[in-house]
Design a protein around this ligand. Structure first.
Ligand code: FMN
Length: 263
């Protein structure tokens, strides 16, 4: 009898979208794979897990057509183990990235990873303090999530049939991703990392943001919450703060906070 292949998924998710679609997709892949799912920050002994996996799935949200810093770091740290490994890429976005999946895929390829599939999923917006894009919750996002699940169904079917689909890997997508977004994003990323604003008039020092920050950026200092320059722009704190005291890109606090796909 043929042994079932092991698929190990590593994800980074600021506000839950990427986690949601990763878990859904792995559920759909269960007939062909024995799946394990890990958040990269909590994946103890990731090196051993990668070595033992037949297929490694990397899932991440897109930020300005670029992968988040923690996912880039994860790939560089474990790059040596990716040589010859079968890799699946899952990227989530609000509506546009051009080559979101390939933005990490190119790095994976440099390390010798064999990309057997890549897909990009439109998910609800989490940029809560950015006036250009509104945030929606509950019934208003159900259609979008249903569409994402359908796409995951098709992607899973292809993987199970052994068919390769690598969305975002064409030269046109590459050019669009770079010239429409990344070219400007790198400056934006570095300038915003130190600019997280916490309104002292609103903050009551409850510590929810510090407890949930995936980058240990928010710390207590003299009884107050202070950012320490390690922000990865994931927007978890902006969306979580019960007092709407935190802003990042916008000038004003968010009107609506994103509650995540399960709310
Ligand atoms: C800093 C930042 C930049 C983003 N840039 C883009 C973008 O360029 N294109 C896009 O369609 N969505 C963009 N988004 C939206 C997220 O990629 C999208 O909502 C994603 O599904 C969030 O995933 P998560 O809940 O797993 O963190 C951005 C979000 C953030 C926080």
């Amino acid at each position: 009898m043929e042994m079932m292949k092991t698929l190990t998924a590593f994800y980074f998710s600021g506000t839950g979208n990427t986690r949601y679609i990763t878990e859904y997709l792995c559920g759909k892949l269960a007939p062909g794979f024995s799946c394990e799912i890990y958040e990269i920050a909590r994946a103890d002994d990731a090196a051993r897990k990668i070595r033992q996996a037949d297929v490694v799935l990397l899932a991440f949200p897109i930020y300005g057509s670029a992968p988040p810093i923690p996912m880039r770091q994860f790939v560089h740290k474990n790059g040596g183990l990716l040589r010859g490994k079968q890799i699946l890429l899952v990227e989530t976005q609000y509506f546009f990235s051009g080559d979101g999946a390939a933005s990490l895929g190119r790095t994976v390829k440099k390390y010798g990873g064999n990309i057997i599939g890549a897909e990009m999923f439109n998910m609800p917006n989490n940029l809560a303090d950015c006036k250009t894009f509104s945030v929606k919750n509950g019934p208003e996002i159900r259609k979008k999530l249903a569409r994402a699940r359908k796409r995951a169904d098709r992607f899973a079917k292809r993987i199970l049939e052994g068919k390769v689909r690598r969305r975002g890997f064409s030269p046109v997508s590459h050019g669009v991703g770079y010239f429409c977004q990344r070219k400007f994003w790198w400056n934006c990323e570095s300038s915003k990392r130190n600019r997280l604003k916490i309104d002292p008039a609103r903050c009551v020092g409850c510590g929810l943001c510090a407890k949930n920050c995936p980058a240990e950026n928010l710390v207590f200092q003299d009884g107050r919450i202070k950012p320490n320059g390690t922000c990865v722009l994931c927007y978890r704190c902006v969306n979580l703060c019960p007092r709407k005291a935190i802003t990042l890109f916008g000038a004003a606090p968010p009107e609506t906070q994103y509650k995540g796909p399960r709310e």
